[in-house]
Design a protein around this ligand. Sequence first.
Ligand SMILES: Nc1nc2c(ncn2[C@@H]2O[C@H](COP(=O)(O)OP(=O)(O)O)[C@@H](O)[C@H]2O)c(=O)[nH]1
Ligand SMILES: [Mg+2]
Length: 378
Amino acid sequence: MKFFKRKKNKKSKNKDNNQDEQHQSSDQLQEHEEAIEQQLDDDFMTETVVKEPEEARPSESEQEQTPSQEQVAESSDEQVLDQRLEKTQANFGKKMKQLFSFKKKIDEELFEDLETTLLMADVGANATMEIMEEVRKSLKRRNLSDADAVLGALREQLTELAKQVEAPLIIDTTKKPYVILVVGVNGVGKTTTIAKLARRYKNEGHKVMLAAGDTFRAAAVEQLKTWGEREDIAVMAQKTGADSASVIFDAMTSAKARNMDVLIADTAGRLHTQSNLMQELAKITRVIKKNDETAPHETLIVIDGGTGQNAISQVRAFNEANKLTGLVITKLDGTPKGGVLFNLANEFGIPVRYIGVGERSKDLKPYRAEDFVNAILD
Ligand SMILES: Nc1nc2c(ncn2[C@@H]2O[C@H](COP(=O)(O)OP(=O)(O)O)[C@@H](O)[C@H]2O)c(=O)[nH]1
Ligand SMILES: [Mg+2]
């Protein structure tokens, strides 16, 4: 039995949506994104061919089975997500369906089991409570109680919550450079995400520069420089131990002089509990504003998708030090607990701009609520 009904047909979806402006622009954006994704896919394929070791080359008979360009083109973002989020799917959608296959009767125990499944996937206590309350209300209102209806109502609630934080990051080209400040604790994937973003924006035709604002470790500057060289993107760096705020300030000046469109600034990872380091972050923003009072135009926090409840305290503390405007949730490919996105959505409502689903430079996807919910449920 198929409990969750997917709404995959974009054309019919358009008809249902009255074509209001927001949907129209988000569809246009989607088309645009698909074109970029294709470009990224093409780039990536060239890379793999170059790097492929001799013995790993497919034999001729295997080559015949290699998908054609057209077939590759057909593997959409949605399919990639389905694949990359399968750990969460196994711990979420699959578990829920199992609950119903064991029990035909819809009773209080079943609701409790559903609640547990949400909690186990890190949806968080508050969000779980609210979602389940809405599910119950919705069933009561429609006087329904069969398995399909329960799961359908749950899907609706999750989608609604997921949609509340759907707002793609659009580079404002009137800001030159458009400054993106990237913050977060150590090891969450800030530098990797910056490299992925740089590649994406470059492919969109923007002139991109990076600022190596993580001046704590020499390795951090080197890591960014290596990415920069690989992708042919300018990286502004100073010596280890330099003042992070001035590195970023100088990079802004240089970006202006070189007519750059986008400047993405890295920062050192810091624990949200280290108040002196959090104050330093506030100083970075103050110094940025001395260069351009409208900047930073986006302050992105990077959150490791596997962090669980700690993600909430991270976002809270960083948001107090520096007003956050966007979230990137990384490593969703490696965790069975992708439910943290709902927890964050419910708690803060800060837009989720991108999700990280792997270590390669193309493994960053613009966040789309419906695709995300489909990938973890079905
Ligand atoms: N599987 C996976 N690994 C990631 C992702 N994003 C980053 N990483 C890995 O996380 C580790 C730390 O990343 P890094 O960018 O150095 O983190 P930073 O300390 O926040 O700058 C590296 O090994 C990255 O390859 C992701 O979306 N998926
Ligand atoms: Mg880093």
